[in-house]
Each structure stands twice: as C-alpha cells, then as structure tokens.
Design a protein around this ligand. Sequence first.
Ligand code: AMP
Ligand code: ZN
Length: 464
Amino acid sequence: MELRLYDTYSRELRPFEPLQPGKVGLYCCGPTVYNYAHIGNLRTYIFEDVLRRALQFNGYAVHHVVNITDVGHLVSDADTGEDKMEAGSRRTGKTAWEIAALYTEAFQSDLRQLNILEPHVWCRATDHIAEQIEMIRCIEAKGYTYRTADGIYFDSSRLSEYGYLARLDKEGLAAGARVETGDKRNPTDFALWKFSPPDVTRQMEWESPWGVGFPGWHIECSAMSVKYLGPLFDIHCGGKDHIPVHHTNEIAQTEACHGTRLANFWLHGYFLQTDQAKMAKSAGEFLRMQTLIDRGYDPLAYRYLCLTAHYRSDLNFSWDSLDGAVTTLERLRTLVHGWPDGGSPLPEHVERFTAPVNDDLNTPRALAVVWDLVKSDLDAARKKATLLHVDELLGLGLGTWAPVEESIPAAVTVLVAARQAAREARNWAEADAARDELHGLGYEVEDTPVGPQVKRRRSAPADF
Ligand code: AMP
Ligand code: ZN
C-alpha cells in the first residue's frame, strides 16, 4: 500500500519513494537543552515517532538521527540576545555544560516514558564544532558570506531560491524592514559564526579561522545531518515554527555548500496549545511530562491524546481531554489484556488500519478503525493479535501492560472505613471530612454497588 506524506517544500501530498531502495534517512531537530521540554515539544517528537514507526511498518529500514542543541540558539531567532544556554546557566547557577547534561538526560527520559523509539544517532552540537567550521568554510569559499563586527553572516540575497520552503516574501520583508537588522545586509541574513563579545568570556567558545566564538544555531543541523545522512537524504522533520527561519536557513546553507535542498521530504508537526496561548518554554511556567506524572497521569495517556489529532492540525490541550484519553486508554488496555493469546492478526483489519496511516499519518482515523475492531464480535484472540500488531505503530505498549495491584497505605484504608461508617450513620459532615482528608493524601473514593473503591487521585491544576 502506497505511503503518502505531505511535503512542506512542495506543499503537496507526495507518494513516498526512498532515495535508496528499502532505506530511509530521517533527521529530526532535537531540543535546545537549556530547560525541560514542555509537553508541546513532546507532541512534535510523538509525531516524529509515529512517522518512523509508519516507515518501519511499511518495511523500510530507518536510520534516525536527532541532534541536541547545546550551544548557539540565541534568545531571539534574529541572531540577537544572549545564548539560551548561557542564560540558563545564569538562571540555575549551574555551568552551561552541566545544564546541557541535565536537560539532555531529562529529555531522553521523557521520550522513554512516551514509548518513543531511541534514535540511532544522538548528536550534540558541541561535539561537532569542527564539522560546522568546515561547512562555514565551504559556504565562504563559494562566496555566500560576509563579516560584521559580531560575526560571519550568510548573505541570503545571493541565493535566488532563498526562502522557498516558507514561500517567504523577500521583497516585502526588505521593504518593511521592521526586523532589527543591525549590521546585517538583509533582514533574512543569519549568523554562521558569532564572535565572543570582547568584554565577556563565554563558557562555551572555540577557536575558528574567523576568531574565537561559537556557531550560529542553524549550521549545526546542516553540518550534522550531512555528516550522518549525506547531503541529500529522505526526510527532515521539526515543528512548524521551524519553517520560516531554522529550516529555511538549513536549506540555504546546504544549497550554498552542496547544491541540494538537504532533504527530499520536509515534514512539520503543528502545535499543542493551551487555552491561553502557545505553550512556550521561554514564557517561564510551562507544563512538562513530570508535571503530568506528579498529578497521577500516565505518559502514554498523553501519547494517546496526541494520536487523536492529525499532526497537521493544532491540538488544544485541556485537562478534560487528557482525562478522556486516560479513560479510553484504560478501557483499551483492559479489554486487550483480558482477551486470550495465541490468535493470528486479521489481515483485512490490518489493511483497514494501514490505509489511514499511509494517508499522511492519519492517526485519528486509524484509532477509529481500532475501536471498530474492538467493538466487533470477531474472535477475541484474533482481535488481540491484530491490536498488538498495529500497536507497533501506535506505541501504546498494549502488549506489556498489566493491571497494577496498588498497595493502599493503612492510613487511607482507615479513612475509607471511617467515611463508610459515617455514611451509614448518615453523618454527612464527618463523611465529607474523611473524604477531604483522603484527597489530601492523594486518593479518592468512589461508591460502587460492591462498596467503596479507592484509587489514586488525578489532579488537574487550576492554573492551566
Ligand atoms: P526547541 O527545544 O525549542 O528547539 O523545540 C523542540 C521542538 O519542539 C521543535 O521541533 C519545535 O518546533 C517544537 N515545538 C515548540 N513548541 C511547540 C508546541 N507548542 N507544540 C508542538 N511542538 C512545538
Ligand atoms: Zn535543526
């Protein structure tokens, strides 16, 4: 069955054809490790994981590369302001190197909790300074650079195709010129190498043919993707915010040096939004995976929630929708767990599931197929085998899940009994007080026909 993907570069759904038979090179822009990832960032990595799994589901051997931005990403995308890593260092009192290690580890742990497959290559920008310098030299030799007081810049006016990915209106930008250009010749020019400020010793700086400094943000992705996947590889991904600046500039650098558009397909994930606004790390307070876990949510419920939306539409986050995902996932897991093993997948249903997946990763429609199958009166063992097979794509861990018998602390058991006794005595005030105490301990009680059932409480915070 043909796999079709939406390519931002050509703005169309295209049948996917690998550049080399059977193999796919996949590069995904990784995190800037100056803080924890927020759950919006994680939505993008879930989308990329579904893409990788879909390629594997279609029989391709995927080589997956993810970078770690640990230097050079400035507070403003216009190459001004402090380096986010150095700012993070000031915020936390740790060195830039320490925070890079800390947040890289936290990010990788988030991915594991979300059942995101480990990339084959993790590459850190600071481990590839020589490759970045080499690429800047190549761009310089081809005549696309100029020097200002603070760095070496890419002259975007030299490249006729500059901005094609984003369909940038270059003339409009130049005429408006509301963008702070500083010493730049054109508003869309960007730094390849920044000099360390004369009066400051940066924690992260290197010698270069142009002077001591550090690489611009975009060069790392061009240099490292070329190193691990070659100057033209299959698929490059990121969030949609990368289209007008970061990916536009990655393409410009690679076109200047190697004459390629870097990737055959460019795929972009849309945003997770809260009711208020786009969730941004730079906005200070933000929701991260650990916030969800601390509040009693299973990370895979968040993964399920992300699968309910197509990757090319924004998803509004709400605690109600996360609660809904918890309930639905629990139901799916419980049913699958209860069905007998030993069946074989139903080919017709695998095919019905694969059709929307191969239609630009339409996971909401694929989930609808899952629920049709679950509700059908087909043989339970065969339903289970089919669902375990399609879970290779969904990544919900259906095959490994088992109900946990939680041990309830004695204090909680005592309160449940006290509440029950108060209810039987129709002493509602005392019953309510016991319930409030239970909530305080992180438990809630539900009255069922077989008596009170106690479970851990999930608590959506009031402030989001
Ligand atoms: P960063 O760590 O800021 O470089 O971002 C990591 C990834 O998350 C990038 O691919 C961004 O495009 C993506 N991203 C940033 N904000 C969001 C959001 N609210 N929803 C989905 N993806 C996002
Ligand atoms: Zn990148």
